[in-house]
Write a protein that binds this ligand. Sequence first.
Ligand code: DGL
Length: 289
Amino acid sequence: MKSKGSIGVFDSGVGGLTVVKQISQKLPRENVIYLADEAHVPYGERHPYEIISFALGITRFLIERGAKLIVMGCNMSSALALSPARKLFPDTPVIGVIEAGVRAALRVSRDGKIGVLATTGTVNTHAYRDAILRLNPSAMVVEQACPKFVPLVEADMADSEEAESAAHEYMKPLLSADCSTIILGCTHYPFLAGAISRVAGKHITLIDPAEETVVEAANLLSSSKLLDFSGDEPSYIFFTTAKTEKFADLGSKFLNREIQNLVEVSWGKELGAVEWQEKTVEQTTKSAL
Ligand code: DGL
């Protein structure tokens, strides 16, 4: 029975755990399978084709292991691979984090001045800017690439002086533009919320798209009659494409629960990247370069 399946979530590393944390709070009966593509982290500076090909390979892997819904817990994958994944896997719903983040930001913003902190790859697609302006054409959007952030989070340095000084650097243009709402447009960035909010100050609202994404997931599962009402203890299974220790330590710290059921898988063995060459993607790729 499909309702007994899992919610499949993936990211380049620990970032997508921000989505898993929300699932454990808002959908506590659901099983979760998570894949961290730590062999390829950081995604931020990689070519869009690579990101699409990884995302499709991981989506297929998660569906083969019983995912009834895929949540791309990665903004770059959401910006580039959502529509190819929906075409390639039409029987499994696939959602991303960007539209949800935009809805949440527009709901709280009083003046429409929205800043977006994201990876270079996500900023290059302008997926956030475009989605915000679609819903509110008079909004003002400032997008800032933050290439130092993901490596700091993955090195467990979210509370370091380096993180604080990177936050100062990246927040400057957003503060100059008087942004009152800031979207954490990379799932790794809520790990840095302390440093970012210290620089931003109390009057700025930080948006973590994971929260609204899981509300969307819950609505989708409910309307598709895919919610798990079995009453069984939910299972959480984690896969990583690199050495498991780092992910287990960092992930357990963030989730406040020990990560058990952690399995190392390899590209070229259990996982295969999917070649994807469609005209629309080519155009997206070109405009993102
Ligand atoms: N956490 C991912 C995102 O939301 C990817 C970060 C990276 O590996 O650069 O975009």
